[in-house]
Design a protein around this ligand. Structure first.
Ligand SMILES: CC(C)(COP(=O)(O)OP(=O)(O)OC[C@H]1O[C@@H](n2cnc3c(N)ncnc32)[C@H](O)[C@@H]1OP(=O)(O)O)[C@@H](O)C(=O)NCCC(=O)NCCS
Length: 189
C-alpha cells in the first residue's frame, strides 16, 4: 500500500520482495555505523524485520522508500510510538546519499506525523559524529534536547547519541527559512 508520495519517491509498506535491496543498503558498513541495526546485515535479518513490519499500525509505521524512476528500494524510514512520542529513523543506500533524498524523506515523514497522525512533536537521535544527519535534522527544525549512549553493532562500541525534538511550529518555520516549502507542497499523503 502506498502511503506517501514525494516528487521523486514513494514511501510504502515493506514486502518480502524488498529483501535484496534492504540487505544491499544496510549491509554497508558506512551506512550501518550510523544505526543500531545488526551488522553484518544478512538476508535473515531483513526477512525478520520485514516480516514484523508488513503492516503498519498506530504504534509502528515502517516505510520502504522506493525510487519512482525505477522502483528500486533505496532506503527506509519509520515512526515508532515510544512512551507516547513518535521516534524512529531513516537510512539510505550509500549510493543514493547526498542528493537530497534524505531531506525529502524526512519532510514527508514529519508531514505524515503532523497532518495524518495529528501529533504535535517528534523525537529522534543521531550519533554525535553523523554530521550529515545533524545537518538534515537542524535544517527541518529539530532542536537538541539531550544526549544518551547507544551500542552500535557495526562499530562494536557505545556511541553518544544526540537526542532532538521537532515541534510542529519549528518545522514549518524551518521549511520556510530553508526554502523547502516546494518539497513539502509536492508531498501527497
Ligand atoms: C543521513 C541521511 C539520511 C541523509 O540523507 P541524504 O540524502 O544523504 O542527505 P541530503 O542530501 O538530503 O542532505 C544532507 C545535507 O547534509 C549536508 N552535509 C553533507 N555532508 C555534511 C557534513 N559532513 N557536514 C555537514 N553537512 C553535511 C549536505 O550539504 C546537505 O545539506 P544541504 O541540502 O543543506 O546542502 C543519509 O546520508 C543516510 O542514510 N546516511 C546513513 C544512515 C544514517 O546516517 N541515517 C540517519 C541516522 S540518524
Amino acid at each position: 500500500m502506498k502511503y506517501i508520495e514525494t516528487d521523486r519517491l514513494i514511501l510504502r509498506n515493506w514486502t518480502l520482495n524488498d529483501v535484496k535491496d534492504q540487505v544491499e543498503g544496510l549491509g554497508n558498513f558506512e551506512t550501518a555505523k550510523n544505526l543500531t541495526v545488526p551488522f553484518p546485515y544478512r538476508e535473515e535479518n531483513s526477512i525478520e524485520y520485514i516480516s514484523k513490519h508488513l503492516k503498519n499500525n498506530v504504534n509502528s509505521y515502517a516505510f520502504a522508500v522506493e525510487l519512482k524512476e525505477n522502483g528500486k528500494v533505496i532506503g527506509g524510514t519509520s515512526l515508532d510510538l515510544i512512551d507516547g512520542v513518535y521516534g524512529g529513523g531513516v537510512w539510505l543506500n550509500e549510493n543514493f546519499t547526498g542528493r537530497g533524498y534524505g531531506t525529502e524523506i524526512w519532510i514527508a515523514r514529519a508531514k505524515f506525523a503532523f497532518e495524518v497522525l495529528g501529533v504535535d512533536k517528534l523525537e529522534n537521535g543521531y550519533f554525535e559524529f553523523n554530521e550529515r544527519s545533524r545537518h538534515m535534522h537542524e535544517k527541518v527544525g529539530h532542536k537538541t534536547i539531550s544526549n544518551s549512549v547507544k551500542y552500535c553493532p557495526a562499530l562494536k562500541r557505545n556511541v553518544v547519541e544526540i537526542w532532538t525534538r521537532l515541534i510542529r511550529e519549528d518545522f514549518y518555520k524551518a521549511l520556510n527559512l530553508a526554502n523547502l516549502m516546494e518539497i513539502y507542497n509536492k508531498i501527497k499523503i
